[in-house]
Ligand binder design. Structure first.
Ligand code: PGA
Length: 261
């Protein structure tokens, strides 16, 4: 089972800074001779920087992801980004349904679903973000909201061949706060999501083709706690992914934890 370290750079960097950060991550991670098997390090720059970052990561152990994609490959969709073009540029992963897009751009489960289908069709692994707001949590709706988002995103989806699906549980009220939920809180949600996946797909598909990762204020200090939980298959990192030393230190922590018997 692969353990994922996925950096979401959001709209924090321009093109030259993205290129420089990608170079740092590649240099630092490539310098690590061991432990790369089973640790997937993915960086997701803004669309504006994808092409330059793609050149930097090509042929290295660092993979490229996008922060969004449209649900059609081509057509009259002003301002949108084609999943087919992303694939041509070397994208292997794509975040969809991030809470910032749900909040500011009205991204719905139906849109996320269409995007997931388009990405899988193009050979890109969707990283589907789900998570409740503080109000929903306080109202006792946490589980229903998250399960609804998982089911909505995956309606009619059937991963075939080597297609993979990553679900990122990101409690919305935690993102960017520097204060993550406890690993046991995340574990509870991961078990819930796993149950939902097992209702949607055959057990061997869930086992081999689905991963559930945690996101929300993860850094090099709290990462190990999450990795102790067997149902947590990695992390989606915002703020800490902009610091190359810390981000690569996190990749090393993952590789170390994986080496333990
Ligand atoms: P954060 O962001 O690590 O800065 O909380 C995570 C995310 O938005 O994916």
């Amino acid at each position: 089972m692969t353990t994922y370290l996925i950096g979401n750079w959001k709209m924090q960097l321009g093109e030259p800074d993205s290129e420089a950060l990608a170079k740092d991550v590649v240099r630092l991670w490539a310098a690590q001779g061991v432990g790369k098997d089973g640790t997937a390090v993915v960086i997701c720059p803004s669309h504006m920087a994808i092409e330059e970052v793609a050149k930097v990561v090509k042929g290295t152990p660092v993979a490229l992801g996008s922060q969004d994609a449209f649900w059609d490959d081509k057509g009259a969709f002003t301002g949108e980004v084609s999943p087919k073009t992303l694939k041509e540029l070397g994208c292997e992963y794509c975040i969809i349904g991030h809470s910032e897009r749900r909040q500011h751009l009205g991204e719905t489960d139906e849109m996320v679903n269409r995007k997931a289908v388009a990405l899988l069709r193009n050979g890109i692994t969707p990283i589907i973000c789900v998570g409740e707001t503080m109000e929903e949590r306080r109202a006792g709706k946490r589980d229903a909201v998250v399960i609804g988002q998982v089911r909505g995103a995956l309606a009619g989806v059937k991963p075939v061949g080597t297609q993979k699906i990553i679900i990122a549980y990101e409690p919305r009220w935690v993102i960017g706060t520097g204060q993550a939920v406890s690993p046991s809180d995340a574990a509870e949600m991961h078990h819930l999501i796993l149950t939902a996946l097992n209702e949607l797909f055959p057990a061997e598909v869930v086992d081999r083709q689905c991963a559930i990762i945690y996101g929300g204020a993860v850094d090099a200090k709290n990462l190990a706690g999450f990795l102790e939980v067997p149902v947590i298959h990695g992390v989606l990192v915002g703020g800490a992914s902009l610091k190359p030393q810390e981000f690569v230190a996190m990749a090393e922590i993952i590789a170390d934890v994986r080496k333990r018997p």
